[in-house]
Write a protein that binds this ligand. Structure first.
Ligand code: ADP
Length: 159
């Protein structure tokens, strides 16, 4: 049985993340989404808000669950009995840092491997940062995030 973790900030979850979740859920037997809470960046959404949004948008997947975690991804994976880390690749600009992280993780724990899923082209430009920028100026973000997330963003950036 293949158990995998999908770590990230998910601040907030976008349709790009969901595309990776949807496809990863078909490749592995069990997928645990890990929301990193010790990120150096000050998040827009609290860990509870991010957890709630991710749970809502992944509730239709019986083999997907969501947790928050603090610390190293390899420790989070090991704690959950997972030996695969899933990451999404948008463009070559993601490649260098993702390769470095994957190699570091593998050298810390040789039992853990990272698999990369390349984003669907329609989401290649999407990031949580870009979505927040668009939402901040009050533009339509319904093409970028699930509806419940769009509502949360509008609420957050109500001027
Ligand atoms: P982090 O801060 O760890 O990069 P993110 O929440 O930004 O966390 O991203 C989590 C994972 O999702 C990363 O592997 C990232 O490359 C991937 N990802 C983010 N946006 C997209 C997208 N639009 N399409 C595919 N993968 C994405």
């Amino acid at each position: 049985m293949t158990k995998a973790v999908y770590p990230g900030s998910f601040d907030p979850v976008t349709l790009g993340h969901l595309d990776i979740i949807d496809r990863a859920s078909k490749v592995v037997d069990e997928l645990i989404i890990g929301i990193l809470v010790n990120n150096k960046k000050e998040p827009t959404f609290t860990q509870e808000e991010r957890l709630e949004m991710l749970k809502e948008v992944t509730k239709k997947y019986p083999n997907v669950s969501v947790q928050t975690f603090d610390g190293m991804t390899v420790d989070f994976a090991k704690k959950n009995g997972a030996n695969v880390i899933v990451r999404g690749l948008r463009a070559v600009t993601d490649f260098e840092s993702e390769m470095q992280i994957a190699q570091t993780n593998h050298s810390i724990d040789a039992d853990i491997d990272t698999i990369f899923l390349t984003t669907s082209l329609e989401y290649a430009f999407l990031s949580s940062t870009i979505v927040k920028e668009v939402a901040y100026y009050g533009s339509d973000i319904s093409k970028f995030v699930p509806e419940c997330v769009a509502n949360k963003l509008l609420e957050k950036f109500k001027h």
